[in-house]
Design a protein around this ligand. Sequence first.
Ligand code: TYD
Length: 138
Amino acid sequence: MASYKLVNFKTLGDERGSLIAIEQGYNAPFEIKRVYYIFDTKEGVERGFHAHINLKQIAIAVKGSCTFVLDNGTKREEIKLTNPNQGLFIEGLIWREMKNFSFDCVLIVLASEHYNESDYIRDYNKFLEVVKNVSCIS
Ligand code: TYD
C-alpha cells in the first residue's frame, strides 16, 4: 500500500515556549529504527528523487521550510512543510523529491527501518514499472 498524508502534532506549550513529543505507537504508527536530518541545504538544491519499497517515514521541518513533490505513479502533488507541528507521513511506493529548502531548514525524518540501499528505487522509469506491476498483482 502506498500513501502519504500530512498530520498535525499536538503542541504542548506554556509561557516558556513549545514542545512536541513523537512517540512510537501513539502519533508515530511504526517502530522508529532510524532518525536522520537534512540541514545546511544549499540554495537551489533538489534532493530525494527516489522511492522506497517498504519504508515508512515521517518528515518534519522542525525549522524553516521545504517542499515535497510526491508522486504515486499516476498523480504528482506538492506539499510544503512550513511548521514544526506538521508531519508528512509517507508509506510504500511513493516517488519523492524535495526542493525549495529555506536557508535555515532543518528537516528531520523518522524512519521505520535501518538504512538499506536495496530498499531504494532511484530510477523513475523503474519506479513506474514497479508501481504498474504491483497494481496488476493487487
Ligand atoms: P541520499 O539518499 O542521496 O539523500 P536524499 O535522498 O535525501 O537526497 O543520501 C545521501 C548519502 O547519505 C548517501 O550516501 C546515503 C547516505 N545515507 C545514510 O548513510 N544513511 C541514511 O539514513 C540516509 C538517509 C542516507
